[in-house]
Design a protein around this ligand. Structure first.
Ligand code: VG1
Ligand code: CO
Length: 543
């Protein structure tokens, strides 16, 4: 019988983090490591008879091996149909689009997103539910609990499935359908934006440089920008998805996408720059000699949304993760629409979108999206900006400066302290949390603290509560410092310190962010003793 049962024993530490289970490739290469996680997932899901599963990944090292394992186990689980991207490729937003279009009961995304790839890099797996979005915590908690109980695996003893040609094959009782990775996603994009206006923009000589960072966004950006929208060949660079992302770190921020920044700050720079991450759900937008912060980007999109055909009737509401700057709150207030504040990670936006409470949402970590899918979406954000540039006739810089003029500038930066020993990071957060009750109403480093708490979120749709989502220290003028530990890293702990200050005075809005935020850096050090705990005298990354 090709469907077989194998004995197994649990692995420690298979708890999904902010965005699925992420570990070193070498961890995933251990016999039965991936199998155990997938079995735990399939054990908590209902019967799969008659159901469709979507599977795809960002093409990083180990993608193909993992997909073959999952296809065999999906056949053993009894799925009617598995839709898999050609060559095993599907960007994260494309998985979401395919789940929704084909009425799948869920999907599996294989990615460690912006983390480096290759044999020594990272790998990851995440389950998305029928709305196309990341599984909520009650599902990921149940999967984790199940990983601790496993004693058997169900799989198929069958040869590998061919993934490189489109078409349907049979794996036991399951149809394996190899689909074009781009077409369903491209159709969604065509239904949202003013393609004619963007085509005219490119025809008029507008120059964009889109850096796909050797990751999965390349084929999507080429098809839409250079294909459907007529941008000149060569607009999308580093477009071929490589298993190791060319040895680089596929994170679209000014530090890791330094080559793009260099091009946008050179003489004869293009009009606009953009980049996406490993799985193409993040984006960075850059103007000519002008960097756009992700929090400002979300606010600009919200302010001008009605210029985009899909959002012409206005936005139901907006949402941002707690550490994201309050720029979008100010826009929402002016528009008279609600603004929700959620914990970090895309899974908290899904309920709000399903309930029709929000249309746009975003995070400070270069993630922006809307209810067209249930993931953040890198290329979508770039098309949105192009649509705005085309219909307003303004440059990227002018659009951002107009936001600052109207609402003031939310000067913003995130300081990351990476690869701290876990016990040290835990001790820092423990002491900080212990100090919270006495911080409010005091003055530290010369700054008056209005409120200090640990962010907790009650989902307004299903009432579920998520505790301990980040410590925030808020000053009387609304400036903030937020502290939290990353839930996506694979080495030690990463402390993220988020700094925000509102600057209403146009004469002071051009001060470099790091300089303008210096008093908050001093406050962060005074309340959290980052140097003493980490032994580091500066962050490893500042974005
Ligand atoms: C980080 C970001 C968070 C984002 C998450 C997944 O999480 O801060 O905003 O949703 O990555 O993005 P953390 O827990 O490391 O801070 V991706 O593009 O890695 O799927
Ligand atoms: Co990503």
């Amino acid at each position: 019988m090709p469907i077989i049962t194998l004995p197994t024993t649990p692995f420690d530490g298979q708890r999904p983090g902010t965005s699925g289970l992420r570990k070193k490739v070498t961890v995933f290469q251990q016999p039965r490591y991936l199998e155990n996680f997938v079995q735990a997932l399939f054990d908590v899901l209902p019967d799969a008879a008659g159901q469709t599963l979507v599977v795809g990944g960002d093409g990083r090292f180990h993608n193909r091996v993992a997909i073959q394992t999952i296809l065999r186990m999906a056949a053993a689980k009894g799925y009617a149909r598995v839709l898999v991207g050609q060559g095993g490729i599907l960007s994260t937003p494309a998985v979401s689009a395919v789940i929704r279009k084909h009425g799948a009961s869920g999907g599996i995304v294989l990615s460690a997103s912006h983390n480096p790839g290759g044999p020594d890099g990272d790998f990851g797996i995440k389950y998305n539910v029928a709305n196309g979005g990341p599984a909520p915590e009650k599902v990921t908690d149940a999967v984790y609990a199940r990983t601790l109980q496993l004693s058997e695996l169900h799989t198929a003893d069958t040869p590998d499935v061919a993934l490189d040609a489109l078409g349907t094959s049979r794996l036991e009782g399951t149809d394996i359908v190899v689909i074009d990775p781009v077409s369903d996603y491209a159709e969604v994009m065509r239904g949202l934006f003013d393609f004619a206006a963007i085509r005219t923009l490119f025809a008029g000589g507008f120059r964009l440089r889109y850096d796909a960072m050797w990751a999965v966004g390349g084929p999507y950006a080429k098809a839409l920008l250079e294909g459907a929208l007529g941008a000149p060949a060569g607009t999308v660079v580093n477009a071929e998805p490589l298993e190791d992302f060319g040895g680089l770190h596929p994170d679209p921020n000014p530090v890791n996408a330094e080559d793009l920044i260099a091009h946008l700050f050179a003489d004869n720079a293009p009009d606009m720059g953009a980049a996406s991450d490993g799985d193409a759900d993040r984006n960075m937008v850059v103007g000519r000699k002008f960097v756009v912060s992700p929090s400002d980007s979300l606010a600009v999109l919200a302010a001008h949304a009605t210029r985009v055909p899909a959002y012409q009737a206005g936005l139901a509401g907006v949402a941002r993760s707690m550490p994201t700057s309050t720029a979008v709150d100010r826009v929402a207030k002016a528009l008279g629409i609600p603004c929700f504040e959620t914990p970090t990670g895309w899974k908290f936006f899904g309920n709000l979108m399903d309930a029709g409470k929000v249309t746009l949402c975003g995070e400070e970590s270069y993630g922006t999206g809307s209810s067209h899918v249930r993931e953040k979406d890198g290329l979508w954000a770039v098309l949105f900006w192009l649509n705005l540039v085309a219909t307003t006739g303004q440059t990227v810089e002018q659009l951002v400066r107009a936001l600052w003029k109207e609402h003031g500038r939310c000067v913003y930066s995130r300081h990351d302290y990476e690869a701290i020993p876990t016990d040290k990071a835990d001790a820092l957060m423990r002491e900080l949390r212990a100090a919270l009750p006495t911080l409010g109403g005091t003055t530290v480093a010369g700054l008056p603290i209005a409120l200090a708490d640990d962010f907790a979120y009650t989902d307004p749709v299903d009432g579920s509560v998520s505790q301990k989502q980040g410590v925030r220290v808020v000053l009387t003028d609304g400036s903030r410092v937020v502290f939290r530990l990353s839930g996506t890293g694979t080495e030690g702990a990463t402390l993220r310190v988020y700094l925000e200050r509102h600057e209403p005075n146009p004469a002071r809005q051009d001060l470099p962010a790091q300089e303008a935020l210096q008093p908050l850096v001093a406050l962060a050090e005074a309340v959290a003793k980052v140097r003493a705990f980490t032994g580091m005298d500066r962050p490893t990354v500042m974005t």
